[in-house]
Design a binder for this molecule. Sequence first.
Ligand SMILES: [Zn+2]
Length: 414
Amino acid sequence: MNAAGPGSPAGLREANRRRVLDAVLAAGEPTQSGIAAATGLAPATVSNIVRHLVGAGSLTATTTVRGGRRVRAVRLVAPAGYLAGVDFGHRHVRVGLARAADTFSRSASGRPGEPAPPADLLAERDARLPEGHGADDGLRAAEELLDGALAEAGVGRGALLGVGIGLPAPVDARSGSVGEPGILPGWVGVDAAARAAANLGVPVAVDNDAMLGTLAEQAWGALRGVRDAVYLKLSDGVGAGLVLDGRPYRGRSGTAGELGHVVVAEDAGGPTGGPGGTVCRCGNRGCLETWASTTTVVGLLEPLLGSPLSIAEVVARARGGHAPSRRVLADTGGHVGRALGGLCSLLTPARVVVGGELAQAGSLLIDPLHAALDRWALPGAAEGVEVVAAQLGARAHVLGAVALAGEHVLASRG
Ligand SMILES: [Zn+2]
């Protein structure tokens, strides 16, 4: 990290450099004037930054002719080596390994309608973790899986350039750690990036898993080329990743997008009845997550279908015509759509991408979600919003962790 504060000249230079790199990553091979238009920076500033990054070996710039005019076209130089992604859930960890060049080439044609390049992982490993596991146990398990993935791909640890880690909790960008005490208790106060970097000897970045789903769908899936969008992670936890004006939006402290902890109804009985809204693990009452998570869906249906019950089984039952399963999935979509309606009125996204474990319900959940969104958002804001299923399924978060590792390596090498 740059020691200079965000408002200092050095901090501003760093922020501008990052904007230029992001613009190149998003556009593939933009011209210098295209970068100026995308970032709002002055052409002379862009020219200076590009010269610096070419000198550092991060970019190449060539003079070419486009539309009859001579222009300077800029490309990223993909580093030789490998990137790893680690996706932690409350009860699992998954590790993926990719070639850095494959990750950086992803955005060269990032426009709507163009086919996504394959999201190739050279090796993938996963393991179960006990609910409430501590950070040390989780990181040790991830390191073992990573060694296994490296061995499978025939890659030495020395060729690893960086690692991205996703956690199912808000990660404060200022401390690099989980700040909310109730959401992932075993990780609270742990600077996971610093600890993993010390163990692995490579740069490590950490982010919230909904943001990783967003990065992955932007790179390889349903968010390619969409400038204003919301990615929803509907699993045991409920979260959102926001894309505003083409860039992931993380907010002041890096924890933006906690849609699951928007209070839907504080006073009404929770989904299982009883007085007052259900108390959420964050300490509030009646959060969306208490109405619309995998735990709630399973909890409502286990008395009818027996225990243990999986979401895949609920979806299979619903598709087979089981009315209570259909009703619970529809209600879940309705609750999410109501909260999302407010978000759409505020941000007017063009597309909402539904990911996470509950996305496997498809139209059984997405249609009622869309109907509720139409009902609760301002008509002008809801009009034309596309609501679609995520494309990358269970791999979205580990792929996003690889993309995060790539961004981090890029930012720290220029
Ligand atoms: Zn909450």
